[in-house]
Write a protein that binds this ligand. Structure first.
Ligand SMILES: *[C@@H]1O[C@H](CO)[C@@H](O)[C@H](O)[C@H]1NC(C)=O
Ligand SMILES: *[C@@H]1O[C@H](CO)[C@@H](O)[C@H](O)[C@H]1NC(C)=O
Ligand SMILES: *[C@@H]1O[C@H](CO)[C@@H](O)[C@H](O)[C@H]1NC(C)=O
Ligand SMILES: *[C@@H]1O[C@H](CO)[C@@H](O)[C@H](O)[C@H]1NC(C)=O
Ligand SMILES: *[C@@H]1O[C@H](CO)[C@@H](O)[C@H](O)[C@H]1NC(C)=O
Ligand SMILES: *[C@@H]1O[C@H](CO)[C@@H](O)[C@H](O)[C@H]1NC(C)=O
Ligand SMILES: *[C@@H]1O[C@H](CO)[C@@H](O)[C@H](O)[C@H]1NC(C)=O
Length: 782
């Protein structure tokens, strides 16, 4: 395989003479004007030479060798990223005294290795992509691995002396603002180092390193990715790529959007794909939008920045400078007012953080402080008090439909600014958005599914297997060393590996079954620390442990209050188990059939479920569809807060097409499935919106889509949607009363139930484009 690729490369490159060798001798040079003047590593994987990085601007670089007709070069190292040279008469020379110098046409030295040697030396491009200046007897004087640009290749260590620095943009290779390096406390992380402000944003800065799964007691500071796709560093940070194993080429790069990704490809003719990334949410990196502006992430178009009301963009060619106020605040509290900016969060620069009992206490705190630009407040989970943060700077802003706090912006009392000011402003696409492929493929099973469905609609509960692909950006940041760490179970890294015998004991030999479905049987168990858990034993899981771990990692990484929390997993021999938090109040399905929910609880469940779906669809960079929303998969905690279960599980089950591991099978459930599945239309996040609408209609009407109701009453037989629509059209005024479940009685908020019913009807439109997105649903319900 490797040999044939090499041959292919050699054949396609037309070497001329001896100019393309792997070494440069003393006194010779490579010229920018001669495209044949390149070094090629003995295995032909890497090349070094001049690359064009702009109009008449060249850099000396190392890149993955591409077939001649193939574009563009994937650069792994650059000598002079910040000082490109002229396209004429520039050259890189190895001088007689052992220095490598890059001289521009104007005879200015653009870059140099600053080495000297009395003994003969040679510059050699090695098979691993390291460009080495060594004496003929072997001593290394200089090597490119010690001066990385924005990329690490397998085997290249990141050390206390090195850092990766992103480029300014996709097209501008000069040094940007994001760095990937060890900080002073020996922790490897991502940092924003802008012209005016700097901050760290990964691992999450509010976690102490221990809780982020890191240790700061090893000051060796080395991190390296091996050839199989395993990265580990001395702060105990470890991950494996989703394609762990031998692929042709890999590289780890800090991208200009502030994320670190591993890219892989299986042949030189294929495109690079992302096999790991550090951050899963688009607006997480700091510094994207400068002061007084905030970042919005939309799947279709990527990130953009918006100014706060009453502010205008400072510099049209540079969002990182943010926005400036069009007003002046006085120090008198009586001359300010506050404008509510919902779902927008500004990270850091809190002057005060206090717990207060009401809104006006927080407002007063801000008014008493001349430097206070606004405040953010939010409920604590148990809703007994507010958290109040007063802000001296509005930095690192982001809007997210699932952020539950609100920011209040301080403005002069007499102003004419309003929300519309930013909502209607032309949107500005950020200079750097890394486009990720988000293919969503159905298998050929569709024709069969379609026919089968038509025949079986009368057959009662019936599950259809459908297929989908998720672009696999898998994350495995938790390491096994957490296993023994008692006491940190509930933190961010509480995720751990369990042994089979431990789980067997916890479930008393798998004796108490509490549910079935989603590919396994769920048992109740009590863990050694007395926590109650729901333990799912998968029937038919993927056998490979590495792959299973990578898949579990993505699920374990997701974090939302309305997503059921996964505490860990077990992968031992043939056993594959998942450990979840246990939900006292069972599933929504059980609660609906036993009529335990009043309208407030139902409304809250609808809102919470919408929030978590908006999170899965729009917040995560991993584009996740649930594809099996139904009351059985919505669990309720002790406060009747909904928790979505069973998402992502399909990826763990062994129903894969062996030729395409990125296609996994998932089940939909009849009664909740959108028409797209039947009509063989492209599957988008709107399939979840449809299923969600059905669930909400069930909650409102109390009528099941999968159960039929008889004895004198109308029969619904899965036709709840038509039934509600008819009621609405035929009896205009009191349709609500007619559809609402009798058991709720008269005691409900008309307005809210009307909103709920109308939203649900929109969600179940046949035409998927007419259905709202989940974040629109959240907005309507809020
Ligand atoms: C790249 O960005 C740097 C810093 O902003 C700027 O000085 C340089 O002119 C840019 N280069 C190109 C080719 O746009
Ligand atoms: C880090 O990992 C090593 C090896 O996996 C383990 O022995 C050590 O206890 C870990 N340290 C911490 C602080 O977790
Ligand atoms: C990474 O893991 C490998 C194998 O487990 C080990 O040999 C190496 O020392 C580790 N490196 C670091 C920096 O922890
Ligand atoms: C730091 O990590 C390296 C590589 O994992 C290991 O060899 C070394 O012993 C560690 N040092 C300390 C003080 O733990
Ligand atoms: C806007 O930003 C660019 C790039 O950072 C800079 O070159 C330019 O001088 C700035 N313009 C103004 C008016 O500040
Ligand atoms: C606000 O209070 C200050 C002093 O307390 C006073 O000088 C000013 O006139 C007041 N402004 C308004 C608009 O009432
Ligand atoms: C708000 O809380 C403060 C103290 O926290 C209290 O003095 C004040 O009366 C409260 N105001 C209202 C309207 O409840």
């Amino acid at each position: 395989m490797a040999l044939s690729i090499t041959l292919f490369l050699l054949a396609s490159m037309h070497f001329q003479g001896s100019s393309s060798s792997s070494s440069l001798r003393m006194g010779s040079s490579l010229s920018v004007e001669n495209p044949q003047h390149i070094l090629i590593s003995p295995n032909a994987i890497f090349s070094a030479g001049f690359v064009s990085i702009g109009e008449n601007a060249y850099s000396f670089a190392i890149w993955f060798t591409e077939p001649r007709f193939h574009s563009p070069n994937t650069v792994t190292w650059m000598a002079n990223r910040d000082q490109p040279v002229n396209g004429k008469r520039s050259k890189l020379s190895l001088t007689d005294d052992g220095n490598i110098v890059l001289i521009d046409a104007s005879l200015i030295t653009a870059w140099s290795s600053n080495t000297d040697s009395l003994d003969p030396v040679e510059l050699h491009l090695k098979d691993d992509g390291n460009l080495v200046l060594h004496q003929l007897q072997g001593t290394v004087l200089w090597q490119s691995f010690d001066f990385p640009t924005d990329t690490l290749v397998p085997g290249q260590p990141l050390t206390r002396y090195t850092q990766l620095v992103s480029s300014r943009s996709e097209s501008n290779h000069s040094s940007g603002f994001y760095t990937f390096s060890f900080d002073d406390s020996n922790v490897l992380g991502l940092h924003y180092d802008g012209p005016d402000v700097s901050s760290s944003y990964w691992p999450q800065p509010w976690l102490i390193s221990w809780d982020a799964g890191r240790t700061n007691f090893n000051s060796s500071r080395i991190g390296v990715m091996n050839f199989l796709g395993l990265f580990n560093s001395t702060d105990n940070f470890t991950f494996v790529t989703s394609d762990y194993g031998t692929v042709l080429q890999r590289r780890l790069k800090v991208d200009c959007d502030g994320n670190v990704r591993v890219y892989s490809r299986k042949s030189v003719l294929q495109k690079w794909y992302v096999s790991w990334q550090a951050i899963s949410s688009g607006c997480t990196p700091h510094g994207i939008c400068g002061p007084n502006s905030f970042c919005v992430y939309v799947h279709a178009s990527g990130r953009k920045c918006l100014c706060l009301p009453g502010h205008r963009l400072k510099n049209h060619s540079d969002w990182s400078q943010g926005c400036e106020p069009l007003f002046q605040l006085t120090c008198h509290g009586n001359e300010s007012m506050f404008l509510e900016i919902p779902n927008v969060e500004f990270y850091g620069y809190d002057n005060h953080y206090v717990e207060v009992s009401n809104y006006s206490a927080c407002e007063n705190l801000c008014l008493q402080d001349c430097n206070c630009k606004g405040f953010q407040h939010s409920y604590t989970d148990d809703k007994r008090f507010y958290r109040c943060y007063t802000k001296t700077q509005l930095l690192n802003g982001k809007r997210s439909p699932v952020f539950q706090g609100t920011t209040y912006l301080r403005l002069p009392k007499s102003n004419s600014f309003s929300h519309k000011q930013y909502a209607s402003e032309p949107l500005y696409d950020h200079v750097c958005s890394v486009q990720l492929q988000r293919a969503y493929i159905k298998t050929h099973a569709n024709r069969f599914v379609k026919i089968f469905l038509w025949f079986s609609t009368a057959l009662g509960a019936f599950e259809v297997i459908c297929a989908f692909a998720i672009w696999r950006l898998l994350v495995w940041t938790r390491q096994k060393s957490n296993v023994d760490r008692e006491g940190y179970h509930l933190t961010e890294t509480g995720f751990r590996k369990f042994s089979f015998s431990e789980l067997k004991k916890a479930t008393k030999g798998f004796s108490e079954e509490i549910g079935r479905g989603g590919g396994g049987v769920v048992y109740k168990g009590i863990l050694s620390d007395q926590r109650h858990a729901a333990i799912k034993r998968l029937y038919n899981a993927k056998q490979g442990e590495g792959e299973f771990l990578a898949e579990v990692g993505i699920i374990g990484k997701l974090n939302h209050m309305n997503l059921i929390e996964m505490w860990g997993y077990c992968a031992e021999g043939k056993h594959r188990l998942l450990v979840y938090e246990y939900m006292e109040n069972g599933s929504l399905a059980e609660n609906l059939s036993s009529n335990t929910l009043d309208w407030r609880k139902k409304y809250n469940i609808a809102l919470g479920t919408a929030r978590v779906l908006a999170y899965l669809h729009e917040e995560c960079l991993e584009w996740i569809l649930h594809c099996d929303i139904k009351p059985q998969n919505i669990l309720l905690d002790s406060n009747y807060e909904p928790k979505l279960a069973d998402f992502g599980l399909s990826k763990l089950l062994n129903r894969n097409n062996p030729n395409n591991p990125s296609i996994s099978m998932i089940r939909g459930t009849r009664g909740y499935m959108a028409p797209e599945w039947v009509f063989n239309l492209p599957i988008t996040s709107k399939v979840d919106v449809y299923s969600y609408g059905i669930v909400v209609l069930e909650m409102v009407t109390g009528k099941s889509t999968t159960r039929s109701i008889h004895n004198g009453e109308e029969r619904y037989d899965g036709r709840v949607v038509e039934w509600v629509r008819e009621k609405r059209e035929n009896s205009s005024s009191c349709w609500l009363k007619e559809i609402i479940e009798a058991d709720i009685g008269g005691d409900y908020d008309d307005r809210k139930m009307e909103i709920l019913s109308k939203v649900a009807l929109k969600c179940v439109m046949e035409d998927r484009d007419s259905r709202p997105t989940m974040s629109q649903v959240v907005e309507m319900l809020q």
